[in-house]
Design a binder for this molecule. Structure first.
Ligand code: ATP
Ligand code: MG
Length: 353
């Protein structure tokens, strides 16, 4: 068995991937794939929490996200790209973990509350919507992951996951209440290591509306597939509130976040920022053009790699099938351990994939 640390992370197919995914999480995954056992989950079941009336879109978005991974530098021979809906141990663990979490604890999750607000779900969300937070703990723990590369918004979900892991280990594995999370005994005697969040270069990239987190569902995203013209147009819409070239600009504005994130020449980034903050005859429009160019330079090699898979669903499906088979080896092992510990183990079961 490999002694490398395990990484689990994933994305919900509610649209294509965007720059927020890249700087928040995928860039970090690409760095980790040489030294860690990496599993990337296509959370297609979770997409049904808000879009169960769009099954065809969820199906095609799932394949598009896999294409975006490959475009961004994920190597499927190193990282297993897997389908949540074909990894049954995850669903089984979700059910078990739902018993370990008080209902109110799940509903207090600030990320859930924020999603209900920004997606305008009101009181009309499905029962499955809050359940996805429990499901996400199972996504992670099914792999007995040590770390989860994610954007900042996911930290409350990781906190919930850590609680489930701790509770399970203490309830069913005889681990004493005062054993710390990072005590080696936790992993040696318990089923689950307590996973940590590994936040990427930019924990929360603001969208082109200049207000909300860049998000697939909010129509404020620069996609990996956007042409230079589209990038320029979207950035042009970024609202900064600045009136003229001589207005002192806000160093914490979304435009400055883009400068910091995408202008790779750090001297040039500081110079732009300096002039902007002092209101030294520099217009937002000028800065946006430079940022747009830098973004398009970042995207060009990704789009080149992505074009190899254009129209070729069968290669993508082969990659997902292979990744899912690898994932099932790991997650079936976890499930057997969890069942054994929690009184659900009666005989060995073998699923074939
Ligand atoms: P949705 O609108 O469906 O919630 P999303 O764009 O928020 O989609 P998720 O699938 O929820 O994307 O997130 C996948 C991963 O990408 C998570 O780790 C999340 O933290 C990260 N991520 C998403 N958007 C951003 C962003 N704007 N900045 C940094 N990280 C991000
Ligand atoms: Mg989200």
């Amino acid at each position: 068995m490999s002694t490398r640390e395990v990484i689990l992370t994933g994305d919900t197919p509610t649209g294509q991937l965007h720059l927020g995914h890249y700087v928040g999480s995928v860039q970090r995954r690409v760095e980790l794939q040489d030294t860690h056992d990496c599993y990337l989950l296509l959370a297609n079941m979770h997409a049904y929490t808000t879009r169960s009336d769009h099954p065809d879109e969820i199906h095609s978005d799932t394949l598009e996200i896999a294409r975006d991974y490959l475009a961004m530098g994920i190597d499927p021979s190193k990282s297993a790209i897997l389908l949540q809906s074909e990894t049954p141990a995850i669903a089984e663990l979700t059910f078990l973990f739902a018993m370990l979490l008080p209902f109110n604890r799940v509903m207090r999750n600030p990320t859930l509350k924020e999603e209900i607000k920004v997606k305008g779900l009101g009181d009309n969300y499905s029962f499955g919507f809050p359940l996805y937070a429990v499901g996400q703990t199972a996504d992670i723990l099914a792999f007995r992951a040590h770390a989860v590369p994610v954007g900042e918004d996911q930290i409350p979900h990781i906190e919930l996951t850590r609680e489930v892991a701790r509770r399970f280990n203490k309830l069913y594995c005889g681990i004493d209440d005062n054993v710390e999370d990072d005590d080696p005994a936790m992993e040696e005697l318990g089923v689950f290591p307590i996973p940590r969040a590994d936040v990427g270069k930019v924990g929360k990239l603001i969208g082109t509306d200049g207000v909300n987190k860049m998000s697939k569902s909010l129509n404020n995203a620069i996609l990996i597939t956007d042409t230079p013209k589209q990038v320029k147009k979207k950035l042009g819409q970024l609202y900064t509130g600045r009136q003229s070239m001589t207005d002192p600009g806000d160093p914490d504005s979304s435009l400055m976040q883009y400068v910091d994130t995408f202008i790779t020449d750090s001297d040039r980034a500081s110079e732009l920022k300096d002039k902007y903050v002092r209101g030294d005859n520099i217009g937002d429009g000028h800065i946006k053009v430079e940022v747009a160019q830098a973004i398009s330079e970042l995207l060009a090699p990704m789009q080149e790699r992505r074009s190899q898979y254009d129209g070729d669903d069968s290669t993508i499906i082969d990659i997902i099938r292979d990744g899912t088979a690898r994932a099932n080896i790991r997650t079936e092992e976890t499930l057997a351990m969890a069942k054994e510990a929690s009184g659900l183990g009666f005989f060995e079961r073998k699923l074939s994939f």
